[in-house]
Design a protein around this ligand. Sequence first.
Ligand code: FES
Length: 124
Amino acid sequence: MPDTNLIAETDSLEEGGKGHRFNVRNQDGEVMPAFVIRFDYQFFAYLNKCGHIAVELDYMPGEFFTDDGRTLICSTHGAEYAPDTGACLGGPCYGVGLESLGIAEREGRLYLDHENYEVVSKDV
Ligand code: FES
């Protein structure tokens, strides 16, 4: 797996803590924000786009979790999402979840592993 799709070191992500932001490019050349978080001792990545309005979830960079570290929350109107699936749990996402991105863990590093996207920058 090429290092160009490197997202983060696994030990740089705390359980239910601050996530890492990165940008991906799709097959049409469109660049989009994304993020990765650690939850329930696993890692999950999503496009950073609310299901309500297409805005980024985090007001403070990397702050995706509620205070209890159990759900992801959009800072604009408070829609909440399941950290492990991206499903809309409540608020104005009205059943529209986050778009999940495949990732792979190898030797303590996380890589994007998604056929439609490539990493163009990280720690953004
Ligand atoms: S834009 Fe995210 S809840 Fe409204």
